[in-house]
Design a binder for this molecule. Structure first.
Ligand code: ADP
Length: 659
C-alpha cells in the first residue's frame, strides 16, 4: 500500500545532488571552517592582549609596592643600626629581640668579629692552683674508688686554701657533688646555695668559660626539688637564677649555658618561659651552621633551613628572619599598598611560592629582596577579563551571523541550481522519450501506408484491417502527444485550472465515455459504482477527467486475464474518494514508491508495447496536488491494484448529486 501526496517538482532520484553538495562545501563549509579558525585566532589574540594589558597594569602597581617595600626594609635596617648601639652586646641583643625587629640577631664589633651570641671559651688558670693538680688527682681517685666523703673533704680543703676564685668555686662545686652523691643533700645544698652565693664567686667560671654560680644554683634546685623542707630556699634560689638568666649585663654568660639553664629551670619551675629563648637558640644555631656573615644589606639565605639574614648598614647587627615571617609581613605590606583589582599579591623566594597554574604574574621584588619574587594571583573575574569575554562574544556572534547568512544564500542558490539541473535533465529525458515514443507508431503507420499504396486494388478486408491499425496507431500517437503537452504545460506550471463545483460522477461518466471503445475492444468489463448523495468537489472538470482516464488507461494496460475494472466513488467524512480497482499485474512495495516519478516505468517493454511513456501518474499526482487532495495506492503483485484519489468535499455546497 502506498500513500502518495507529493508536491510537483520534488527532486526525484539523481536530480543533481552532487553539484549542490559541492556548492554547500564551497559556500558554507569552507568559509565556516575559515571563519571558525579566524575567530579562534582572534579569541586567542584578544586573550593575549588582555593578559598583556593586565600584566602591564599590575606591573605598574607592583613598582609602587616595590618602592615602598624597599623603604620599609631601609627603615628596618636603619633601626637595626640605631637601636641600643651604645650598650654592651648582650644588652643590645636583648633589646633588639624585645623590639621584635627580627627573629634573632648576630652582633659583631666594628672589626666584624662576633660578639653575640657568646661562645664558650677555654679559661687559662691565672696561676698554679694551690693544692693541685696532685690534690685534684687524689680526689678524683677517691671518687673512682667510691670514697665520696673523703673526696669532698679534699675539695673543701682546696677551696679553703686557694686564692684563685675560679678554682675555689670549681672545688666547692665538686665538693657539693660528692656530698650530694653520698646522700648528704643538705650539706651539698648549703655549699651550693650559701657558700657559693658569696659575692666574690659572682664571676667565677669553669674551664670552658661557663659561670659557676648559676650552674651551682641549678644543681641545688634539682636536689631541693620534691623536698618540702627546702621550699623557701627553692623559691628564693629559683628567683635568683631566673634573674641571672634574664640579666644580659656583666657577668657575661655563654649563650649555650644560658640556653641550657633556661631549659632546665623551665622544666623545674612551672612559670612563664623565657621569651628570648627562641632568639638565643636561633642565634646559636646560626653560628654553629658556620654561615658566612653577610657583607651587604641584601636579604640572603643562611645555611639554616628557611632562615634569611640581613645586615645593618654598619654590619654590626645581622638580623635573622624566618622565611614564614618575611612572607607574612611582606604579604601584609603588599595588601596595604597594592590596589590591584581582583588580585592578591604575595612575596616568595624565587623557585618557591604559588604554582604556575595559580600564579598569574611573577615579578622580581628588588634591591633588598633580590632572591624574592612577587606572586600575583587573580581572585575571581576581573574587569579586563570581562571586557575580553565581551569582545570574544562579539566575535562569535558576528561569526555565527556570517555563517548563517552564507548558509541562507547557499540554500537559495542550491535550490535554484537544483531546479536548473532538474529541468535540464527533464528536458533531456523528454527529448529522448519523445523521439523514441513517436518514432515507433510513426514508422508503423509509414509501413502500413506504403503497403496500402503498393496494393492499390488489394483485398478490401485487408485494406480495412490496415486502416484500423493506422487509426489505432494514430490514436496512440494522439494520447502520447496529449500526455506530453499536458506534462509540458504542468512542468512550466502554466496550467491554469478552472476551479468550480464539479460532480465526480459526471467526471466518471466523461472518462468512461473516453475509454469505452478501448475497453470494449479489449473485452474489458468496466463497472461504475457511485454512492448516493455524493457531495461535489471544487476542481477543474477536464483535469479530473484526464486524471481518471489516465488511471483507467493504466488499468487497461497492466491487466492480466481477469479483465474487470471498477470505478467507485464514495464520500468519507468531509472527503470524496474516487477509486479505480483492477485485477492486473499489480505492483511491489518498492515500485509503488517510484511509479509517480517522471518517466519511471516498472517494465519498460510492457509499457512501451501498451503505448506508455512514464508520465501518466506524474500528471495524476500533479492534478491531485493542485486540487489539495492525496493519492492512496493499494497493490499486490499478481493480484491487482487500487488507486484511490481523495479530494476535499465542497464545504459551502448545498447541492448534492443524485446517486
Ligand atoms: P505509463 O505511461 O508507462 O503507464 P504511468 O506514469 O502511467 O506511465 O505509470 C508508471 C508505471 O507504473 C507504469 O509503467 C507501470 O509499470 C506502473 N503502473 C501504473 N499503473 C499500474 C497498474 N494499474 N497496475 C500495474 N502497474 C501500473
Amino acid at each position: 500500500m502506498r500513500m502518495a501526496m507529493r508536491k510537483w517538482g520534488t527532486p526525484t532520484s539523481g536530480t543533481g545532488f552532487g553539484p549542490v553538495l559541492l556548492l554547500l562545501i564551497v559556500a558554507v563549509v569552507a568559509p565556516t571552517a575559515c571563519l571558525l579558525w579566524l575567530i579562534t585566532q582572534a579569541t586567542q589574540n584578544e586573550r593575549l592582549a588582555i593578559r598583556q594589558k593586565l600584566e602591564n597594569a599590575y606591573r605598574a602597581e607592583l613598582q609602587e609596592v616595590r618602592v615602598r617595600l624597599e623603604d620599609w626594609w631601609r627603615d628596618r635596617t636603619d633601626r637595626l643600626t640605631a637601636l641600643a648601639a651604645d650598650v654592651p652586646a648582650g644588652e643590645r641583643f636583648a633589646k633588639l629581640v624585645d623590639e621584635g625587629l627580627a627573629d634573632s640577631f648576630i652582633l659583631c664589633n666594628t672589626q666584624g668579629e662576633l660578639v653575640y651570641p657568646v661562645l664558650p671559651w677555654p679559661r687559662v688558670p691565672e696561676s698554679q692552683p694551690t693544692g693541685g693538680p696532685e690534690e685534684w688527682v687524689k680526689a678524683e681517685d677517691l671518687i673512682a674508688a667510691g670514697a665520696l666523703m673523703e673526696a669532698a673533704g679534699i675539695y673543701q680543703a682546696i677551696a679553703d686554701q686557694t686564692t684563685e676564685i675560679d678554682l675555689a668555686a670549681q672545688a666547692l662545686m665538686a665538693q657539693a657533688r660528692c656530698l650530694g652523691g653520698s646522700g648528704h643533700h643538705q650539706a651539698a645544698i648549703d655549699v651550693l646555695v650559701h657558700r657559693l652565693s658569696e659575692p666574690r664567686y659572682g664571676n667565677a667560671r669553669d674551664s670552658n668559660g661557663r659561670l659557676i654560680v648559676p650552674s651551682a644554683q641549678l644543681v641545688a634546685l634539682e636536689m631541693m626539688a620534691g623536698r618540702p623542707a627546702d621550699q623557701s630556699d627553692f623559691g628564693r634560689t629559683a628567683r635568683d637564677l631566673r634573674a641571672r638568666l634574664l640579666n644580659y649585663r656583666e657577668p657575661v654568660m655563654p649563650t649555650a649555658q644560658r640556653l641550657f639553664l633556661m631549659e632546665r629551670l623551665g622544666s623545674l619551675v612551672p612559670q612563664p618561659g623565657f621569651e628570648r629563648w627562641d632568639a638565643e637558640k636561633l642565634a646559636l644555631d646560626y653560628v654553629e651552621s658556620q654561615t658566612p656573615l653577610p657583607s651587604t644589606t641584601i636579604l640572603t639565605r643562611t645555611l639554616l633551613n628557611r632562615v634569611w639574614q640581613l645586615a645593618s648598614e654598619d654590619k654590626t647587627v645581622v638580623a635573622l628572619l624566618q622565611e614564614s615571617r618575611i612572607v607574612s609581613e611582606t604579604a601584609a605590606m603588599a595588601k596595604k599598598w597594592a590596589t590591584l583589582p581582583e588580585a592578591a599579591v604575595w612575596v616568595f623566594p624565587t623557585g618557591a611560592g604559588l604554582s604556575d597554574r595559580d600564579c598569574f604574574l611573577r615579578e622580581p621584588v628588588g634591591q633588598t629582596m633580590t632572591d624574592w619574587q612577587f606572586n600575583v594571583k587573580l581572585a575571581g573575574p576581573n574587569p579586563f577579563a570581562k571586557a575580553a569575554e565581551r569582545q570574544i562574544a562579539i566575535y562569535w556572534w558576528t561569526g555565527i551571523l556570517v555563517i548563517l547568512a552564507c548558509a541562507a544564500v547557499t540554500l537559495v542558490l542550491a535550490r535554484h541550481m537544483g531546479r536548473q539541473v532538474r529541468l535540464t535533465r527533464l528536458k533531456n529525458d523528454l527529448i529522448a522519450t519523445v523521439s523514441h515514443e513517436l518514432k515507433t507508431p510513426l514508422s508503423s503507420v509509414r509501413v502500413l501506408v506504403e503497403t496500402l499504396l503498393d496494393n492499390e486494388c488489394g483485398n478490401p478486408r485487408q485494406t480495412r484491417e490496415y486502416l484500423e491499425m493506422i487509426a489505432r496507431e494514430n490514436q496512440r500517437l494522439s494520447r502520447l502527444i496529449d500526455n506530453f503537452l499536458t506534462f509540458s504545460r504542468m512542468e512550466r506550471n502554466k496550467r491554469a485550472f478552472e476551479m468550480r463545483a464539479v460532480s465526480l460522477s459526471e467526471v466518471a461518466k466523461d472518462a468512461v465515455e473516453a475509454v469505452h471503445e478501448r475497453f470494449h475492444a479489449a473485452g474489458f468489463q468496466l463497472e461504475i459504482k457511485t454512492a448516493p448523495q455524493l457531495p461535489q468537489v471544487t476542481g477543474d472538470r477536464d483535469a479530473l477527467v484526464t486524471l481518471l482516464v489516465n488511471l483507467l488507461d493504466n488499468a487497461l494496460k497492466y491487466a492480466r486475464n481477469d479483465r474487470r475494472v471498477a470505478v467507485r466513488i464514495n464520500a468519507v467524512g468531509d472527503q470524496v474518494c474516487m477509486a479505480v480497482e483492477d485485477h492486473g499485474i499489480g505492483l511491489s512495495r518498492r515500485d509503488i514508491r517510484r511509479i509517480f516519478d517522471r518517466f519511471y516505468q516498472v517494465d519498460r517493454s510492457l509499457s512501451r508495447e501498451s503505448g506508455g511513456c512514464g508520465l501518466g501518474l506524474s500528471i495524476v499526482e500533479f492534478i491531485v496536488d493542485a486540487h489539495g487532495g492525496r493519492i492512496d495506492v493499494r497493490s499486490q503483485p499478481g493480484q491487482g491494484s487500487t488507486f484511490s484519489i481523495w479530494l476535499p468535499a465542497r464545504v459551502e455546497a448545498t447541492r448534492t448529486e443524485q446517486g
